[in-house]
Design a protein around this ligand. Structure first.
Ligand code: FMN
Length: 186
């Protein structure tokens, strides 16, 4: 079976995570192709297409949104799975309503309809010193907005990784199980 992973990344964590997912799928006998959304080709001819992106302000990067829009018909005609890479993967309650986490992926899943067999939020990483100026300013503003002290913000700006190969492999194994189940049904 053939799988394509189309990823969008600004600082490389989603590319690394895509590689870990690919490693596991390949070890289970799948042929996997990895493509950056910015120059990815169509989605035809694959048994499964994974679409994943770093999460920025509660959504995918534009390159992946554009890819999904441009290839909407072929994606709807194949099996797909979505993953977001973020620092906060669990939804939070605010004024009695859940926000963030996997809920952020709902709109993308709705776009793809029944083709979606899996949806997951995976942990990423932040290296403040490696960010572009716009992102550094954005993050600093965010820390101020949520009332962090300078000391707390300085601590938060230290490189932080929450990336987990175990988590990525579990996601890959869950997808394999689902694929096998749908094969048996068919
Ligand atoms: C400007 C900016 C906005 C971000 N917004 C979010 C967010 O809304 N939710 C979240 O959990 N993480 C957020 N993050 C953290 C990223 O999702 C995380 O660093 C991820 O690993 C980036 O993936 P990439 O390296 O593949 O681009 C943000 C990071 C930056 C720099």
């Amino acid at each position: 079976m053939t799988v394509k992973i189309v990823y969008a990344t600004r600082y490389g964590s989603s590319r690394e995570i895509s590689g870990w997912i690919a490693e596991r799928l390949e070890s289970e006998g799948f042929t996997v192709r990895l493509e950056n959304a910015a120059d990815a080709e169509g989605a035809e001819g694959y048994d499964l297409v994974l679409l994943g992106s770093g999460i920025y302000n509660h959504g995918f990067l534009k390159e992946l949104e554009d890819y999904m829009e441009a290839h909407s018909d072929s994606l709807k005609g194949t099996k797909t799975a979505l993953f977001g890479v973020a620092m906060k993967t669990e939804p939070i309650m605010h004024k009695g309503k859940s926000h963030g986490g996997i809920i952020m992926l709902e709109k993308y899943a709705q776009q793809l309809g029944d083709s979606v067999i899996g949806c997951e939020m995976l942990h990423g990483q932040m290296v403040f010193s490696a960010m572009n100026e716009k992102d550094r300013k954005g993050i600093e503003q965010f820390y101020k907005m949520i009332g962090m002290t300078e000391t707390e913000a300085a601590e938060r700006k230290k490189p932080r990784t929450l990336m987990s190969k175990v988590e990525c492999w579990e996601f890959a194994c869950g997808l394999i199980e689902k694929l096998n189940r749908t094969k048996v049904k068919a």
